[in-house]
Design a protein around this ligand. Structure first.
Ligand SMILES: [Zn+2]
Length: 386
């Protein structure tokens, strides 16, 4: 099998940094060795010299919507556009992400299980993980994606349908959301019994559950029901933000992942003053959760707006670093920690022997300045250069 030797001037392996001459050896689609000694490549290896670049694990975006057009309207998009048009858009969105070094994407809300169709039809893209249509109450957040289910029996049937469709994770809308009128973002859409039924049904089938939850009550009840992850976790109330240290301590102690969907393109129109204050509070809470020991993932929610194109994730790392995460913590939040959150931590998110050869090379040193992530030199997906 072809042996590839990627040479560079440093690497972040998902956890720790090495500066100086490094070489990652790739055989087929796997990493077989990571050399930090400065040794010459094996004589039979094909050398790819990336000179002054730094190597990292390919990035993992744990929360995307491939079917959404960031410049469009999700509701109109999925209700009025046919499958072939959506599939070609999803493929273009995924290709855009891959070019930016995002080699794994977890779709937490598609329509008609199209992410599954895309991944079986396209071998050259990023690794795609999927929840299928999020489970939501009738008329609830993102109902238009087709995941409406009510009551314990309805929720259990919805989980069973997703298991049959081959999903990787169950996504349930515990509270309202920003893009769907009808429920306030802080309002709970399900009670404790439905949330628990979803978790039990999923866990019985070996699947994790991640709950979309903004309101303090929805976050606490999702935790109590046994979810493995919480998306957003903004602690939004009708008129502000109400951080609950007790809930956060419980999330930390249980190892529940929190997906902070804070990757945005810089710029954009100024927010109304009250919204700007809330946004700052939510961002400060991301750091508070991390300091409390929560496994915080940096993700994007790509597709939900014009400042969230599908390659936006590196901007989230820049934001995390500006909030007070160390550069290594911010990088881990899109590599090793994100991979574990997605259930693929044994083969993604690290540069280490036996891991998938999903590798990103960027100019300069992202462990001193994370903006280096925006200067991509090469992307390898399953050992092939993109
Ligand atoms: Zn989302």
């Amino acid at each position: 099998m072809r042996l590839l030797a990627l040479g560079a001037q440093g690497l972040f392996d998902g956890v720790a940094v090495t500066r100086g001459r490094v070489m990652v050896l790739v055989e087929g689609d796997r990493i077989v060795a990571v050399d930090r000694s400065g040794a010459a490549p094996p004589p039979h290896a094909e050398v790819v010299e990336l000179t002054d670049a730094t190597l990292l694990p390919g990035l993992v975006d744990a929360h995307v919507h491939l079917a959404f057009d960031p410049m469009g309207h999700p509701l109109v998009d999925v209700l009025e556009v046919d499958d072939d048009v959506l599939l070609s858009r999803m493929r273009a969105n995924a290709a855009q992400a891959l070019a930016a070094g995002i080699t794994t994407m977890r779709d937490l809300g598609d329509a008609r299980y199209l992410t599954g169709r895309l991944r079986s039809a396209w071998a050259g893209g990023p690794e795609l993980l999927m929840s299928g249509p999020p489970i939501t109450r009738t008329g609830g957040h993102c109902w238009f994606l087709g995941g409406e289910a009510d009551g314990v029996d309805g929720v259990r049937a919805a989980v069973a349908q997703r298991v049959a469709a081959g999903v990787d994770v169950i996504k349930i809308m515990a509270t309202g959301g920003l893009m769907t009128p009808g429920f306030g973002v802080h309002e709970s859409q399900y009670g404790p019994v439905e949330l628990r039924a979803a978790c039990e049904a999923a866990h019985d089938c070996g699947l994790a559950v991640t709950a979309h939850a903004h309101g303090p009550r929805g976050i606490a009840e999702s935790f109590a029901a046994g979810v493995d992850g919480v998306e957003h976790a903004t602690f939004l109330t009708p008129d502000g933000v109400e951080f609950n240290a007790g809930t956060v301590d419980r999330l930390a102690a249980a190892g529940v992942f929190v997906g902070a969907t804070e990757a945005w393109l810089p710029g954009g129109p100024p927010l109304p003053p009250a919204d700007a204050v809330r946004l700052e509070q939510c961002r400060a809470n991301v750091v508070r959760m991390q300091r409390a020991g929560v496994r915080v993932v940096c993700s994007s929610d790509a597709g939900v707006g014009s400042r969230k194109p599908h390659d936006v994730l590196p901007h989230g790392v820049v934001l995390f670093a500006s909030l007070g995460f160390s550069t290594m913590e911010a990088l881990a939040a899109v590599t090793s920690v994100a991979a574990r959150a997605c259930g693929v931590g044994s083969r993604k998110g690290r540069l280490a022997p036996s891991f998938d050869a999903d590798i990103l090379a960027v100019a300069g040193d992202p462990t001193t300045d994370v903006r280096a992530l925006l200067d991509v030199r090469a992307v390898f997906r399953a050992g092939r250069r993109v």
